[in-house]
Write a protein that binds this ligand. Structure first.
Ligand code: NOJ
Length: 468
């Protein structure tokens, strides 16, 4: 049996900093955050300069894998597709450092930092971006696949497209349904095109996709609720997982979308690529489930809490005619309105395994907290409790025969949390941004090390009832 992968996950823009160094081009996030005068990732955790220390701490914390992404603007300089050798050299160093420490690199090709030169021609609304992405992916395979055997095409296409084109809280900051559908489609097409490149190039290893997984629960067992659950599952999950794993965009979803959008960009030859080039495994980022009820009233509304305790309880999702999200009152929530519901991870893994029968990695799981990094020892018992319950869920699913192959904490060290800035902390290691970016292991760091060393035996084991 393959070794279970235990580690932490990061994203290039969120941790690297060094935004003008190493020949890096501008990304859409640089431009957007600078133009809006918002907290940005210019320095972030300064992983660009301190990756050796960070990876050493992963090793000392027991990790045997590191999930990170490759910054497209570091690798490809311009629209013409010219390669930046300094960018290749940087990731060679990251990969080689991992290997020196016996850490398996698990690479995300795209984690949201689109080069600005592509955003200027329409970004994911322009088919040319699919070609440019495939070129970038091929350069990565050529440069790194002698050492990297675990690849994922995209991180969370749903979150990216919904935030950028439907909710409008992430760049490019639009609110437009047909743009949402176009960008979603081009990302899934580009994912299949990269898989085609990977297969045709006969690179060794496996390639998957990472999804922001939200298992759907209904308020009751009525037929109306079941129908609403299907809408919600298409909205939250199926357009990514079915498309990547089965090679097919759900037909009923296309039927609904065709009533409100022009789907003529979906060419038969594209659908053939999507059908043929499916993934080897699924990466699931799990933070919470969604509980829904049938649609009752109101316009489509999507509100995400990017302000933490200042806006607690304001999150809302209504999709007109489809469903409404409800907030189970008996549940516990983080300051950013994320429900804490480990059973959802257990049920979710079981349902994904049953439906797709592909290996699963939990590519992200963690909790965002307010913490004071100037403290001598950060006591993050809440994070320990959270991870303990979720790893228990993973182990339960595994023991029942689901092929789960890894668990990645988001995140191995504190980093820049997009619109939530650096005050929302996820790390096992604190970064004291006020004091020279000093690294300080939190209590969860040592706790996770013991979990890994015992192969999960130190986890508080508890069985869950079957619900879904
Ligand atoms: C989802 C994303 O992959 C990552 O970029 C984000 O910061 C975390 N989860 C936490 O929300």
């Amino acid at each position: 049996m393959t070794e279970f992968l235990w580690g932490g996950a990061t994203a290039s823009y969120q941790c690297e900093g060094g935004w003008k160094e190493g020949g890096r081009a501008e990304s859409m996030w640089d431009r957007y955050l600078h133009d809006h005068g918002l907290e940005n990732g210019d320095v972030a955790s300064d992983h660009f300069h301190r990756y050796q220390e960070d990876i050493r701490m992963m090793k000392e914390g027991g990790h045997n894998s590191y999930r990170f992404s490759i910054a497209w603007p570091r690798i490809i300089k311009n629209l013409e597709g010219d390669i930046n050798p300094e960018g290749i050299a940087f990731y060679n160093q990251i990969i080689d450092t991992c290997l020196e420490y016996g850490i398996t690199p698990f690479v995300t090709i795209f984690h949201w930092d689109l080069p600005q030169y592509l955003e200027e021609i329409g970004g994911w609304l322009n088919r040319r971006t699919c070609e440019a992405y495939t070129h970038f992916a091929k350069i990565c395979f050529d440069a790194f696949s002698d050492r990297v055997k675990h690849w994922t095409t995209f991180n969370e296409p749903r979150y990216y497209t919904f935030s950028g084109y439907l909710i409008g809280n992430y760049p490019p900051g639009h609110q437009n349904l047909s743009e949402t559908v176009t960008s979603a489609y081009y990302m899934m097409l580009a994912s299949a095109m990269a898989v085609r490149e990977f297969r045709q190039g006969k690179y060794k290893g496996q390639i998957g996709i990472v999804h922001s997984f939200a298992p759907v629960y209904g308020v009751d067992n009525t037929v109306r609720t079941k129908i609403a659950m299907r809408y919600a599952d298409n909205f939250f999950n199926n357009w990514i997982l079915d498309t990547a794993a089965f090679g097919e965009i759900p037909g009923d979803l296309l039927g609904e979308l065709s009533k409100v959008c022009d789907l003529s960009i979906m060419l038969p030859e594209d659908l053939e690529i999507i059908r043929k080039y499916t993934v080897d495994f699924l990466g699931l980022n799990y933070y919470a489930r969604v509980m829904i009820k049938p649609y009752e009233t109101g316009e489509t509304t999507l509100i995400v809490n990017n302000a933490g305790s200042k806006a607690k309880g304001t999150s809302q999702t209504i999709i007109k005619g489809w469903f409404e999200q409800v907030r189970p009152e008996s549940s516990r929530y983080t300051e950013w309105d994320t429900e804490i519901f480990p059973e959802g991870l257990y049920e979710g893994i079981r349902s994904v395994w049953k439906k797709y029968h592909l290996p699963v990695y939990i590519t992200e799981n963690g909790i965002g907290l307010y913490e004071d990094a100037s403290e001598e020892q950060i006591k993050d018992q809440e994070r320990i409790n959270f991870m303990d319950m979720h790893i228990n869920a993973v182990l339960n699913a595994r023991e029942e025969g689901c092929d789960v192959r890894g668990y990645y904490a988001w995140s191995p060290f504190d980093l820049y949390s997009w619109k939530n800035g650096t005050e929302k902390r996820y790390g096992l290691v604190a970064i004291d941004y006020e004091n020279g970016l000093a690294r300080k292991p939190k209590e969860s760091y040592y706790w996770f090390r013991d979990v890994i060393q015992s192969q999960g035996k130190t986890i508080n084991r508890k069985k869950y009832e079957e619900v879904l």
